[in-house]
Write a protein that binds this ligand. Structure first.
Ligand code: HEM
Length: 454
């Protein structure tokens, strides 16, 4: 039997249509072979389509109208999946917690992300961007772009939210982040493999998490009693000490891992893709450089420069469209629900795939082309394009808490880096690796003068 996507004619009640796959494996093979082609095939069945991945029955939600329903309008009918994407250590952090625990956490942490608070982080962001660009420009040999971008976002995160120099923990945090990325990118088929089996992947995962745990131990033991700082760490520890309702140590650990992971990996991936596209598109890089030269005075961009950096913002918006760092959003139905015209039974596992919806040609002209000028007239409503044809940061009450933080961090970094480095390379196209993030599949290496080293 092949994974040929035969239409399942046995539609019960008003269930969405189902794409059938190979018994036991479901559609996992097709997805692994070519995620875009797989979703294009799903879309031929309709806007809400059932399929299975290993032993998990899923439904893809492909129309922005229904995506908005899940994330915003009927938000309380859907919960975060109970399996924590196979990464238990994240299960009590803001990304995966649910119900009252989530509400309490979000309320406690929200002040760290108010606009006026974020603006106080701008100087750190700009200074670190200049430092990263200068280190790159001064390097002897080819530099790995992923290292440049993740070092930058990690330094920013460490300083602004943890009040630490993250440099000394970099290796351990990167190892942990890579372990989480790899584990959460696995299809449910491989997650079915028991964790105790000493497979190379399981060993890598355990090793990465163990390294990350040592960082958390150190952060917690270095935290002075009653320090009263205003960063994330101080806030959590103070809440634990002062409040019966406050977080447990287990929850704090989960929260710290959540922010160390979600707070740097996604932004680093976006910055990598933006720099990669600048190298391939001299006309985009030229327009960006002209804007930056007009607006930015010193060695790095500053908060007051932000409103005038309009094209810089378009480059970022387009990067997040074409290469959305969070590839998809997952939910489970709490009870039987009506979504669009269909009935979904309780416990249905939903996937809302940004990477597909952002390139659906019903909403986007030449969707695979990276073209920041498509955002030239941002005051104009985008014709008949529905709002949720673009949702890189999710939507509704659970939209990304770090959205404005990331947007500012990326804008300041991009404007600063183009002031220091000229990126020029021969990477025509690279494959896009769709896992839990949308990443370049292999290291992109550049020399100090910006030329590529494929
Ligand atoms: C370009 C960068 C980023 C992208 C594309 C991104 C994307 C997302 C998306 C799509 C969600 C929603 C997930 C869902 O609904 O299931 C989310 C949630 C979240 N993000 Fe981000 N993120 C980025 C940067 C950041 C940063 C910088 C931080 C922290 C400093 C952060 C922390 C979080 C947290 C804690 C949540 C969970 C929020 C909640 O459920 O209340 N993210 N992010």
């Amino acid at each position: 039997m092949t994974d040929n996507g035969d239409k399942d004619t046995d539609q019960q009640g008003n269930l969405p249509p189902k794409r059938s796959g190979v018994p036991l494996v479901g559609s996992a093979v097709s997805f692994a072979r070519d995620p875009y082609a797989f979703y294009e095939d799903l879309a031929t069945y309709g806007d809400i389509v059932r399929f299975s991945m290993g032993s998990t029955d899923m439904a893809a939600v492909l129309h922005p109208r229904n995506i908005k329903e899940v994330l915003v309008e009927a938000f309380d009918k859907y919960r975060k999946p109970a399996d924590a994407g196979g990464v238990d250590i994240l299960s009590e952090g803001l990304l995966l917690s649910d119900g009252e625990q989530w509400q309490q956490q979000r309320k406690r942490l929200q002040p760290l992300f108010y606009q006026d608070r974020i603006e106080t982080y701008a100087e750190t962001m700009g200074t670190y961007a200049a430092a990263s660009a200068e280190e790159w420009a001064a390097s002897d040999g080819p530099v790995d772009l992923t290292e440049v971008t993740s070092t930058y976002t990690l330094r920013v995160l460490g300083k602004t939210l943890f009040g630490i120099e993250a440099e000394k923990h970099r290796q351990a945090i990167r190892a942990g982040a890579e372990a989480i990325r790899e584990r959460s990118s696995e299809s449910p088929v491989s997650v079915d493999i028991p964790e105790w089996l000493p497979t190379p992947r399981n060993r890598r995962y355990k090793q990465g998490i163990a390294e990350l745990e040592t960082v958390i131990d150190e952060l917690l033991s270095d935290q002075p009693d009653g320090a009263g700082g205003e960063d994330l760490l101080s806030l959590l520890v103070a809440a634990m000490d002062s409040d019966d309702e406050g977080p447990t140590e287990r929850e704090i650990r989960s929260q710290l891992v959540t922010f160390l992971f979600a707070g740097h990996e996604t932004s680093a991936t976006a910055l990598t893709w933006a720099l990669y596209e600048l190298g391939r598109k001299p006309e985009v890089a030229g327009r960006l450089r002209n804007e930056v030269d007009d607006v930015v005075d010193g060695s790095h961009a500053e908060v007051l420069d932000l409103p005038a950096l309009e094209y810089t913002e378009q480059v970022i918006q387009e990067t997040l469209r074409r290469y959305p760092p969070a590839a998809a959003i997952f939910r489970e139905t709490d009870t039987d629900v009506l979504l669009g015209d269909y009935q979904l039974p309780a416990d249905t596992y939903l996937v809302l795939p940004q990477f597909y919806v952002h390139t659906d040609d019903r909403w986007w002209d030449d969707p695979l082309v990276f073209d920041p000028s498509r955002w030239d007239d941002i005051s104009e409503p985008p014709g008949d394009r529905p709002e949720y044809a673009y949702f890189p940061f999710g939507g509704g009450p659970r939209h990304c808490i770090g959205m404005r933080f990331a947007q500012m961090e990326l804008k300041l970094a991009l404007a600063t880096i183009v002031r220091h480095c000229h990126i020029d390379h021969e990477y025509e196209t690279v494959d896009i690796d769709i896992g839990s993030t949308v990443s370049p599949p292999r290291r992109l290496r550049y020399g100090s003068n910006g030329e590529s080293h494929p």
